[in-house]
Write a protein that binds this ligand. Structure first.
Ligand code: ADP
Ligand code: MG
Length: 386
C-alpha cells in the first residue's frame, strides 16, 4: 500500500507543485493521475520513489516512511518509465528487456527465463530476443517497450505519459496490453496522463489534479457519475457526461406509465373490447392488487373463438422488467432478444409501466443529443390512451 499523508512540494519562491495531498493506493491497483499541464502529476509520481522529495508531509509504502528508506533500495523496488518507451537501437531485444535486471545484478539464468516468459506474453517467439529493434515493426518495438517496464519484477511501476507521443491505434493496443499484464502480474501501476480516454480505459481509480491539489480521487464510474466540481466536469467534457448520465438511467424514467391492462378475472369478451377501443394488440393481465399475472395477445383471442372464456384461461406468462432496471439492459432485452415491449413492475411486482421500442429509441437519442428535442414517448402514450 502507498499512502500520501498531507504531502506538499513547494519550490523556492513559494511555487506550489503539490499541496496537502492525501491518498491511499492499494496493492495491485492501476492508479491514473490526470490534470492539466503543470497541475502536479509528475511531482506526485516522482515523490513516490524520492526522485523529488516532499517539503511537507510523508509518504509511506507498506506502512514505512520512504524518507527512512535507502533511496537506492527504494528505486530498486519501484520501476520507472518515462515518456515514450524507446528501445536502445544498438542492443538486442534481449539486452533491451533485461536492462534493469542487469543493473540489479540478476544472474543470467533468471534473466533468460524472465525474457522468454515476457516475450511470450506479447505473442512473439523467442527467436526475436536475438534481433535488433530495427528488425521489428514499430508496433512490435512498442510491445517490447511495455514488457521491458515489467522485467525487473518490481511491485510498483511508475509511468509518466508513456504513450503520449503515439498514434491513437498503437496507443489503444498498448493500453490494452499494459492493463492485461498489470492484472495478470498483480502490479501496482501509477500512471500519469493528460488524456481522459486513456485514464478511463486504464484506471481502477483516477486522481484528478489541479494547481497542485487533488480535486477528486475515485473510480472512473463514480467520477463520471458524480464529478466533484466544474473543473472535473470540464475535463470530462459534455459528451462523456451525457453518455454516463444516460447509462445510469433506469427504465422508470422512460416508461409509459399506467399501461392498459385487464383483470385476470375478466372475460375474454371484455378484453377484446378494451383492445379494440384502445387499438392495442396485447394487454397485460393483473390481479386485484395490480400485480402482474400474464399477457393476453389478440391472436390468442382469435384462436380460441369462445368469447365467454376468462382471461386467466388463455393468458400467457409475461416477461417483465423491474423499474430499477438500467435502460441499457432494457435496450438489450428489446433490441437483441426481440421483445416488442416489456411491462415494468415495482418491487412488489405491481404493474407500473411499459417500455416500448419507441421509448427506447427516444432515450438513445436523448443520450446522444441531450434532453431537448423529440417527444416520441409522449406521442406513444397519447395514442395508447385514446
Ligand atoms: P504536471 O506533470 O502535472 O504537468 P509538474 O508536477 O511537472 O506538473 O509540475 C507542477 C508545477 O510545479 C508546475 O507549475 C511546474 O512549473 C512546477 N515545478 C516543477 N518543477 C519545478 C522546479 N524544479 N522548480 C520550480 N517549479 C517547478
Ligand atoms: Mg508531467
Amino acid at each position: 500500500m502507498i499512502e500520501f499523508r498531507d504531502v506538499s512540494k513547494i519550490y523556492p519562491g513559494n511555487k506550489v507543485a503539490a499541496q496537502d495531498i492525501n491518498l491511499e493506493f492499494n496493492d495491485g491497483e492501476f492508479i491514473v493521475f490526470i490534470g492539466t499541464s503543470g497541475s502536479g502529476k509528475t511531482t506526485c509520481m516522482r515523490m513516490i520513489n524520492r526522485m523529488i522529495e516532499p517539503t511537507g508531509g510523508s509518504i509511506l509504502i507498506d506502512g514505512e516512511d520512504i524518507m527512512s528508506m535507502n533511496p537506492v533500495d527504494l528505486r530498486r523496488r519501484i520501476g520507472y518509465v518515462i515518456q515514450q518507451i524507446g528501445l536502445m537501437p544498438h542492443m538486442t531485444i534481449y539486452e533491451n528487456i533485461i536492462l534493469v535486471p542487469k543493473l540489479l545484478k540478476w544472474d543470467e539464468a533468471k534473466m533468460q527465463t524472465t525474457a522468454k516468459e515476457l516475450i511470450s506474453k506479447v505473442n512473439l517467439d523467442e527467436s526475436y530476443l536475438d534481433r535488433y529493434p530495427a528488425e521489428l515493426s514499430g508496433g512490435q518495438q512498442q510491445r517490447i517497450g511495455v514488457i521491458r517496464a515489467l522485467a525487473a519484477d518490481q511491485d510498483i511501476i511508475l509511468m509518466d505519459e508513456p504513450f503520449g507521443a503515439l498514434d491513437p491505434i498503437t496507443r489503444d493496443a498498448l493500453q490494452e496490453l499494459i492493463k492485461k499484464l498489470q492484472r495478470e502480474m498483480g502490479k501496482t501501476v501509477i500512471f500519469v496522463t493528460h488524456d481522459m480516454d486513456e485514464a478511463l480505459a486504464l484506471a481502477d481509480r483516477i486522481v484528478i489534479m489541479d494547481e497542485g491539489k487533488v480535486i477528486q480521487f475515485d473510480t472512473p464510474e463514480n467520477i463520471l457519475q458524480y464529478p466533484a466540481d466544474e473543473y472535473v466536469e470540464s475535463i470530462l467534457g459534455e459528451e462523456r457526461l451525457n453518455q454516463a448520465r444516460s447509462a445510469m438511467k433506469t427504465v422508470d424514467e422512460i416508461m409509459i406509465k399506467n399501461p392498459i391492462s385487464i383483470n385476470v378475472n375478466d372475460s375474454v369478451r371484455q378484453a377484446a373490447r378494451v383492445m379494440r377501443n384502445s387499438r392495442v394488440d396485447s394487454l397485460f393481465v393483473i390481479d386485484d392488487n395490480n400485480v402482474i399475472q400474464g399477457v393476453l395477445d389478440i391472436f390468442d383471442i382469435e384462436k380460441i373463438g369462445r368469447r365467454s372464456a376468462q382471461v386467466k384461461d388463455i393468458m400467457k406468462d409475461a416477461q417483465y422488467i423491474h423499474d430499477d432496471t438500467r435502460i441499457r439492459d432494457a435496450i438489450y432485452s428489446i433490441m437483441t432478444l426481440g421483445y416488442k415491449n416489456l411491462p415494468v413492475v415495482d418491487k412488489d411486482y405491481k404493474l407500473v409501466g411499459l417500455v416500448t421500442r419507441a421509448s427506447i429509441v427516444e432515450s438513445i437519442y436523448s443520450g446522444i443529443w441531450g434532453n431537448e428535442g423529440s417527444n416520441v414517448s409522449e406521442t406513444v402514450q397519447s395514442t395508447e390512451n385514446n
